[in-house]
Design a protein around this ligand. Structure first.
Ligand code: BG6
Length: 474
C-alpha cells in the first residue's frame, strides 16, 4: 500500500517565471515579458489594459527572472540531489518560434531545451513538458489578436510538431495548456487576449477557448503519430467549490462554479462539449465557432491523463452580502471559516485535495497527475542564507498525506506529484519574488536586487527523504 513504486516525485516551474534571458538566443518577445510587478499587472492579465510594451516606470520581473536560462545545470543538479524522478518545465514558445508564425524554428532555442532535457536524464529525471504555460509570442497578439484567431491553431500545431519530432527520444510526458480554465480569469496570460472597446468579452473568451481546445486535440493527434508512447495530459486549475451553507441554492451554485472549470476538461477528456455548457452558452447568446470536422477532432483525440494544480478549495454563496473576494486570489472565493489561510489569503485545505481528486477521478476515470501544489510564503534566511521553512513542510506533509489517503482509501490512480516552484521563482499572479514556494532559496528580491545564489532550505532535505522513502517518511 502507499505510493506505487514508479510514482513520479518531483517539482514544477514555468519558463517565464524562471528562465529570464528574454532577449537571448534569438528569443522573441512574449506576452509574459511585458507584464510588470505592481498595481498595473492585473489589468493587463485580465486583458483590459493595452499597455503592452516596456517603459521606465515599471519593473518587469520575467526579463531576468531567476536566470535559469544560464543556470539550469546547477538547478537540475540540485533537483537530482533531492532525488527527483520528474521535472515539470515549460517551453518558451518564442524561443522556438520568435514571432510564432515562422515556418522554420530557431535552432538556438531548440538546442537549449535539448541540452536541458539531456541534463535531466543525466540525473535520472524524466521531463514533463508544458507546451504553453501562459505564454504567447507578442507578434501573434499584435498581428492576429491571440487565440481569438483560428490561425493560432496552425501556429500551435507547427510548434507541437517541431517539439515532438526534435525531442522524440527525450520527452514522453506532455501537457498541452497550463491551467486551461485560467482563460476565464486571466485572458491575456491564458490566450493572449486584449479586449477591444465595447466587445462581448465572453464571446471572445469562448471563441478563444474553442480554438485552444481544438489545438489541444490536434497536438494529441500529432503526438501519437510521431511517437505512440507519448503521454498527453490536460491541465486544470483545480479546487472544488464548497457551498457556504447547506441552503440548496448554495449547493447548486457550487455545482455551477465547478462546471465553469470542468467545461474545459470535459472536452479534453470526454471528447465533447458538455450539455450544461451548451445550454448556458445558448442562453447567453454565445456562439462557439464550430467548423466541419471540429467535433470529430475533439472526439477522436482525448487526453491520456488528467493533470491539475491544487492550492486551495473554494467557497461560494448566493448571499450577496457575503460575496467579497478572497484577497490575492485570481479565483473569486469566499473565506471559508473552517480554514486557515496563507499570507496571500489562499486557504489551506489538505482534505480539499482528496475531495478534488475524488471528484475528478469519479468524473473521468483516468489517471491523475498533481502538477502543482505548494505554499507561497515569505522566507527569512539566517546569516548563512539558510531558511527553516517549517510551515512549507507542514503544508506539504498534510497534502501528501491526503494524496496517500486518496490512493489507499479511495483507490485513485495517481501518477505523480510535482510541487510548484521547486526553486523560488517569480509569482505569476503578483510578479513578486517575495512569494516563495521553493525547496531552494534564490537570493533575489522584488526589485531585482540580489546575487541569484541558490541555497537549499530545510524543506530540501525533508523532500529528499520523502522521495527516498517513496512517501513513507513524512
Ligand atoms: C498557477 C500557475 O496558477 O499557480 C503558476 O500555473 C503560478 O504559474 C502558481 O505561479 C502559483 O500562483 P502565484 O500567483 O502564487 O505565482
Amino acid at each position: 500500500m502507499g505510493f506505487p513504486t514508479n510514482f513520479l516525485w518531483g517539482g514544477a516551474t514555468a519558463a517565464n517565471q524562471c528562465e529570464g534571458g528574454y532577449n537571448e538566443g534569438g528569443r522573441g518577445l512574449a506576452n509574459v515579458d511585458v507584464v510588470p510587478i505592481g498595481k498595473d499587472r492585473f489589468p493587463i492579465i485580465a486583458g483590459i489594459q493595452k499597455h503592452l510594451a516596456f517603459d521606465d516606470e515599471h519593473f518587469y520581473p520575467a526579463k531576468e527572472a531567476i536566470d535559469m536560462y544560464h543556470r539550469y545545470k546547477e538547478d537540475i543538479a540540485l533537483f537530482g540531489e533531492m532525488g527527483f524522478k520528474v521535472y515539470r518545465l515549460s517551453i518558451a514558445w518564442s524561443r522556438i518560434f520568435p514571432n510564432g508564425d515562422e515556418s522554420e524554428p530557431n535552432e538556438e532555442g531548440l538546442a537549449f531545451y535539448e541540452d536541458l532535457f539531456k541534463e535531466c536524464h543525466k540525473h535520472g529525471i524524466e521531463p514533463l513538458v508544458t507546451i504553453t504555460h501562459f505564454d504567447c509570442p507578442m507578434h501573434l497578439i499584435t498581428e492576429y489578436g491571440g487565440w481569438r484567431n483560428r490561425k493560432m491553431i496552425g501556429f500551435y500545431e507547427n510548434l507541437c510538431r517541431t517539439l515532438f519530432t526534435r525531442y522524440k527520444d527525450l520527452v514522453k510526458y506532455w501537457l498541452t495548456f497550463n491551467e486551461i480554465n485560467m482563460i476565464l480569469h486571466a485572458p491575456f496570460m491564458g490566450a493572449g487576449i486584449v479586449f477591444e472597446e465595447g466587445e462581448d468579452k465572453e464571446q471572445v473568451i469562448f471563441t478563444a477557448a474553442h480554438h485552444e481546445l481544438l489545438a489541444s486535440a490536434a497536438a494529441t493527434k500529432i503526438a501519437k503519430e510521431i511517437n505512440p508512447d507519448n503521454q498527453i495530459g490536460c491541465m486544470l486549475a483545480a479546487g472544488n467549490y464548497y457551498p457556504y451553507t447547506c441552503n440548496p441554492q448554495d449547493y447548486f451554485a457550487a455545482i455551477q462554479k465547478d462546471h465553469e472549470n470542468y467545461f474545459f476538461i470535459d472536452v479534453q477528456s470526454r471528447g465533447k462539449y458538455p450539455n450544461y455548457a451548451l445550454k448556458e452558452l445558448e442562453r447567453k447568446g454565445i456562439k462557439l465557432p464550430i467548423e466541419p470536422g471540429d467535433l470529430e477532432l475533439l472526439a477522436e483525440n482525448t487526453v491520456d491523463f488528467i493533470s491539475f494544480s491544487y492550492y486551495s478549495s473554494r467557497t461560494v454563496s448566493t448571499d450577496s452580502e457575503l460575496n467579497k473576494q478572497t484577497e490575492g486570489n485570481i479565483f473569486a472565493s469566499l473565506a471559508n471559516p473552517y480554514l486557515e489561510a496563507s499570507e496571500w489569503g489562499w486557504q489551506i485545505d489538505p482534505l480539499g485535495l482528496r475531495s478534488t481528486m475524488n471528484q475528478i477521478y469519479d468524473r473521468y476515470q483516468k489517471p491523475l497527475f498533481i502538477v502543482e501544489n505548494g505554499l507561497g510564503a515569505v522566507d527569512t534566511p539566517d546569516e548563512n542564507g539558510y531558511v527553516a521553512d517549517d510551515d512549507r513542510i507542514d503544508y506539504m506533509r498534510e497534502h501528501i498525506k491526503a494524496m496517500k489517503d486518496a490512493i489507499d482509501l479511495d483507490g485513485i490512480e495517481l501518477m505523480g506529484y510535482t510541487s510548484w516552484g521547486c526553486i523560488d521563482l517569480v509569482s505569476a499572479g503578483t510578479g513578486e519574488m517575495k512569494k516563495r514556494y521553493g525547496f531552494i532559496y534564490v537570493d533575489r528580491d522584488n526589485e531585482g536586487n540580489g546575487t541569484l545564489k541558490r541555497t537549499p532550505k530545510k524543506s530540501f532535505d525533508w523532500y529528499k527523504q520523502v522521495i527516498s522513502t517513496n512517501g513513507e517518511d513524512l
